[in-house]
Ligand binder design. Structure first.
Ligand SMILES: [Mg+2]
Length: 287
């Protein structure tokens, strides 16, 4: 093999390994692989990601100031009744909203592994996730204004203390006498849909903002096809950038399951095929 050919072959092999090689409909599907390489590189090394996160939290601070001035303001669709006199709160997701788990993702993509509950649990219990840019300053600002900061996460209840430990280690505000770290908890009926937890908070607080990286951090109608999700997104349009603040996460989320509607019972190759078919590729004009 000539030097040039060898170089081209290695480049193609690398692209294939990263899942970035274009796939034509007639090609056999590539083997299951971790597609997180580019997203993880962006989140862990780029200034562009840091700037995007900082921008979102800067907007959150402006919106919080507005919310504190307006007793009719609420971010939660679960907030009902007369909430004007309730003390204010903000509700933030944890993973990729306030804590940066890109080290876990980086380990997966560099060792050729995929997300697994066992390795994730070991990672969480190391309590090594640093703050997402802007998250610490925002939550401290909120606390300084008398706003209670709730952390509503889909981590399991067995990871609750490690989550609190990780947050406290980096100085995220906790409120004395109030349990503000709300994981999934079967004993309380708290499942992966966060609406019940938002409703529980809304009984005693006026929820000024929802901040998250995933559609489910804002609405329980996050499942279904990309078209289903788009309908919900459009219906809730007035919230985005107003009282719902999204932190970018191209690494993982409910969006990646949408093309196969979260049906993990079908084989990985079939799921990937549906994801590929969900794309809208450019078709070159006939010359
Ligand atoms: Mg998250």
């Amino acid at each position: 093999m000539t030097g040039y050919l060898k170089q081209a072959f290695l480049a193609a092999a690398l692209l294939f390994a990263q899942g970035t090689l274009p796939v034509r409909a007639a090609d056999p599907m590539p083997p299951a692989q971790n597609d997180g390489f580019g997203a993880t590189l962006w989140m862990q090394t780029s200034v562009e990601y840091k700037a995007a996160a900082l921008g979102a939290y800067a907007l959150a601070r402006i919106r919080l100031d507005e919310a504190l001035e307006d007793p009719d303001w609420t971010a939660a669709t679960e907030q009902t009744g007369d909430f004007k006199g309730l003390p204010p709160a903000v509700v933030l997701d944890v993973d990729e909203t306030v804590l940066d788990n890109s080290a876990y993702m980086a380990r997966l993509v560099t060792t050729g592994h995929h997300f697994a509950l066992k390795s994730w649990d070991a990672f969480v219990k190391d309590e090594v996730s640093p703050p997402i840019p802007g998250a610490l300053a925002f939550t401290r600002y909120a606390a300084s204004k008398g706003v209670t900061v709730f952390y509503v996460t889909n981590r399991p209840v067995g990871e609750k203390e490690a989550t609190r430990g990780n947050l406290e280690k980096f100085g995220f505000p906790m409120k004395d006498g109030t349990d503000t770290v709300m994981t999934q908890d079967p004993a309380k009926g708290w499942d992966a849909f966060k609406g019940k937890r938002r409703a529980a908070i809304a009984k005693n607080y006026r929820i000024a903002l929802l901040i998250g990286d995933n559609f489910g951090d804002f609405t329980d109608s996050f499942k279904g096809t990309p078209a289903d999700r788009l309908k919900v997104f459009e219906a809730d349009k007035a919230h985005w950038g107003h009282d719902w603040i999204l932190i970018p996460n191209p690494s993982y989320g409910s969006w990646e399951q949408a093309p196969f509607e979260g049906n993990y019972k079908i084989p990985a190759t079939e799921r990937r095929k549906l994801q590929v078919e969900a794309l809208s590729p450019w078709e070159p004009k006939a010359k």
